[in-house]
Design a protein around this ligand. Sequence first.
Ligand code: NDP
Length: 453
Amino acid sequence: MSFDTKVFMEYVKAKNPGEKEFHQAVEEVFESLDMVLDKHPEYIEARIPERFVEPERVILFRVPWIDDKGKIQVNRGFRIEMNSAIGPYKGGLRFHPSVYLGILKFLAFEQVLKNSLTTLPMGGGKGGSDFDPKGKSDNEVMRFCQSFMTELQRHIGPDTDVPAGDIGVGGREIGFLFGQYKRLRNEFAGVLTGKGLNWGGSLIRPEATGYGQVYFANEMLQANGKSMEGLTCLVSGSGNVAQYATEKVLDLGGKVVTASDSSGMIYDAEGIDREKLAFIMDLKNVRRGRIKEYADKFPNVEYMAVDPKADCNPLWDIKADVALPAATQNEINGKDAANLVKSGVFCVSEGSNMPTTPEGVETFLGNKILYGPGKAANAGGVAVSGLEMSQNSMRLSWTREEVDQRLHGIMKNIHQNCIETAEKYGTPGNYVNGANIAGFLKVANSMLDQGCV
Ligand code: NDP
């Protein structure tokens, strides 16, 4: 019994029309799974591929809220409960105007494989809203979060589904969401991760995705006789993941020369040192301003506004050694990838989910770039979320060092698992195949064990 990815993709596209990000994520994974499915007819017989791409449950709901002028606003809320074969659904909430079913299904699908790679018992889910927190007052964000949770609370729980943050959902939003959950359910439970330290959060959770991304980069470098020390890095974004990726590069003796937001990018050839990083953190997390202010504040910094007509991103056209995308999906297209290779970048570790288009991935693999795909390289965030769940269940808190050590160990394991799996399936050094196959096998085997559900 053989598996035809092309025929399967026709089925996926016909069943999920208009969801192009979901198609892209599924296709990328099933291109790697070809070789597994051909060897294992039991997966095909059990219709594992078809079940894998069908969410166990999709929840879609109205989120009405009142703005500061007293006007009623209406947004759409979602929760995709994708796969619970190896644990409760787990995955972030994204608040961004671009959010629709296709984006959340791609993220939930990736999350299933990523969570499997962490070695922790977590299924996959994702959710969010087309609400745009930008330009909203704290009170407006709170009223939105309360309305969002008023519906979501009936679908989640510490043993059912445990959401966390993602784009547009940070500590402030998790606080408002948790407060409303507790008020409605009258229970103090580990139902969200990324919580504040005073009320059940884990040390290192805010840092985890960015730190993990850089740990993964360093593992790839070390496996090839190099290290982060003395290397120049390009980071995109300036939110949670970008900030802590920058911090970890500094810890490991490297230099970050870029940051960006959806309005533009800065290039600081001297490097973003700790003082400048503190400025970015205050700018983005407290004052909620634009990255352009960095160029106004510090000398010798170039600012480039986004050109919507451009066919590539100037951030990926700067001489460097390592690229650490940390903004959003499809932020590195084929031309950007070619520019990175041309300017000497030899290692790419993805903090954002699916930041590279299929053409870009082909360019990286064709040029033997050390390329760590998001589902492996950014798994540190959900891994520490899993550790937060464990601490909540035990009603205790581990120290910063303990959590960081566990995070580092998990990233090393993921790296090793990817390397070994890629090798076993005849594509040594291909982290894409390694991550897709290793993530899939654990979930698929659990689905086989659990029968037709
Ligand atoms: P934040 O909201 O904290 O930051 C996102 C950053 O990316 C901001 O600088 C934002 O700029 C920029 N950005 C967002 N959308 C776009 C866009 N369409 N074009 C250009 N820039 C954009 O989110 P996170 O740092 O949490 O998430 C970043 C990425 O990492 C996402 O892909 C997310 O899925 C992924 N990720 C996050 C994890 C986490 O633990 N937080 C875990 C694993 C992956 P602006 O402010 O102008 O919108």
